[in-house]
Design a protein around this ligand. Structure first.
Ligand SMILES: Cc1cc2nc3c(=O)[nH]c(=O)nc-3n(C[C@H](O)[C@H](O)[C@H](O)COP(=O)(O)OP(=O)(O)OC[C@H]3O[C@@H](n4cnc5c(N)ncnc54)[C@H](O)[C@@H]3O)c2cc1C
Length: 449
């Protein structure tokens, strides 16, 4: 009987195990994890800090699920090395290696700590990152036992903002510090970044942009941070959410090909026979992901690949991110700013619906009539349309209907007013507005269907 060993019980490792089991009832499947919990979702970790959720609410698959699926888990086991020749892995503090026929690396990623003076030295002593349940419990305990009043979050990305919201919910004076001149630099363009900043500030969270943190100031305990331009912000806890690094150490030490991530091919095979990789830890065609949809997609392909079905191939995953803060609806999908990526050229088309009064920003990016990306802020209804049509040819009137962006035609002269190209939506023009061409009244315009 074939024995598959999986290192890592996050979403990628767990779903790969499930799919393998769906393909084959007999394969022996064992999962090893450093952590002490069965598979749980990381999405709500910030809410564990603010006690909006309990550990139990995060656990996705309980003991019974593993029993039913006949998947053996080994928790609290740190794998320290792989011997690809002997097909064995080694566990910390244990003498006996574990043999495998097929090995899957689902080792995920770890928070990145930028080169900031005192950051590494103070981890656990007022400086924290958030990746797992234990980190969240540690942060919560530190805040409570030290009566913390002021927090700085370094990193204005999705996780930084979600964390800031929950730290604010702990009644702390909260400041987010971002290196780039806008929030969510990887998901938003400048226009939308400004609108988001306003909303975040309305929640009582301070936002400091264009700020490269140079030093965490310490005098026994944390005193604050110093920014390169000389600005200082007081704090008694500093939380770093500045991106992640793929966990590649095991693979690298076993001489597998690695770069930023563990390099895989379209079947999720690594450079070593019978060793595969999946999830946050991989690099495919020079790209890494770090989002759950990519893990889920890869896990299906990998499961097929492991049992010898090479009919499906990985083609990469379109990035899709949603900010999960109550009161803010924000989704960013695919290529949202072609000008940012040196993609400017023939065929690109951008449609925008900016309604500052209504707190709404919709941007659609097309190339040769194919939907390549979108930013949807203050808007939920168009999300299903965008998700369904991403990377597909679109029907323009259907798209316009989905994002409420219309063309209006003057009954007098046939002049066109295109919401997507104008700064002000037709509906927001004053009633005495006149057609710039024939001076006909606004009421003489009809929506083009
Ligand atoms: C706070 C937070 C919120 C997030 N929110 C979202 C969201 O809303 N949407 C989204 O798409 N993504 C979100 N993400 C990202 C998402 O959680 C990751 O993309 C996903 O967890 C990656 O899954 P994975 O299985 O590849 O790796 P991981 O979840 O990192 O799991 C890897 C596991 O392998 C274990 N491991 C590593 N090395 C070893 C070893 N040597 N021995 C034994 N075990 C080992 C690790 O301890 C870990 O348990 C969030 C992440 C965080 C931290």
């Amino acid at each position: 009987m074939m024995k598959v060993v999986i290192i890592g019980n996050g979403v990628a490792g767990t779903f790969t195990a499930q799919h393998i089991r769906n393909h084959d009832e007999n394969v022996e499947i064992e999962i090893y994890s450093q952590e002490s919990y069965p598979y749980y979702t990381r999405i709500k970790l910030p809410e564990l800090i603010s006690e909006r959720v309990k550990i139990d609410d995060l656990i996705v698959f309980k003991k019974e699920w593993y029993e039913k699926k006949n998947i053996k888990t080994h928790l609290n086991k740190n794998i320290i090395s792989i011997d690809p020749k002997q097909k064995q892995i080694f566990i910390e503090d244990e003498n006996e290696p574990v043999a495998y026929d097929k090995l899957i690396l689902a080792t995920g990623s770890m928070p990145n700590i930028p080169p900031i003076k005192n950051a590494v030295e103070m981890v656990g002593k007022g400086v924290f990152t958030l990746r797992n349940i234990d980190n969240a419990l540690e942060i919560r305990k530190y805040i409570k036992t030290n009566e913390i009043k002021k927090a700085v979050i370094i990193g204005g990305g999705l996780l930084g903002l979600e964390l800031a919201r929950q730290i604010k919910n702990c009644d702390l004076n909260t400041t987010v510090v971002e290196f780039f001149p806008r929030l969510l630099p990887r998901q938003l363009d400048v226009g939308c970044g400004d609108m988001l900043k306003e909303d975040i500030e309305k929640m009582g969270i301070k936002v400091v942009l264009d700020a490269a943190t140079e030093e965490i100031e310490v005098n026994g305990t944390i005193k604050g941070i110093k920014i390169k331009d000389g600005r200082k912000i007081e704090a008694d806890i500093v939380l770093i959410q500045a991106g992640v690094r793929n966990t590649i150490g095991l693979a690298k030490n076993a001489n597998l090909e690695t770069n930023r991530g563990i390099v895989v091919n379209k079947y999720l095979e690594t450079s070593e026979e019978d060793i595969y990789a999946v999830g946050d830890c991989i690099e495919y065609k020079n790209q890494t992901w770090g989002i759950i949809p990519a893990c889920l997609e890869q896990s299906k392909i990998l499961a097929a690949s492991v049992i010898g079905n090479r009919n499906i191939e990985y083609e990469g995953t379109v990035p899709k991110n949603t900010l999960k803060i109550v009161g803010i609806d924000l989704t960013s999908v695919g290529i949202y700013d072609p000008s940012d990526k040196d993609l400017v050229g023939a065929g690109w088309d951008i449609m925008k619906n900016i309604d500052k009064k209504g707190g709404c920003y919709k941007k659609i990016v097309l190339k040769d009539n194919t939907l390549k990306g979108a930013i949807l802020f203050g808007e939920k209804e168009a999300i299903p349309y965008v998700n369904k049509h991403i990377e597909k040819q679109i029907n323009e009137s259907e798209l316009r209907e989905a994002i409420n962006l219309y063309k209006w035609i003057c009954g007098g002269c046939g002049a066109e007013y295109d919401d997507a190209k104008m700064e002000i939506l037709f509906k927001d023009l004053p009633e005495d507005w006149k057609c710039p061409n024939c001076k006909g009244p606004k009421s003489g315009f009809k929506k083009k269907i």
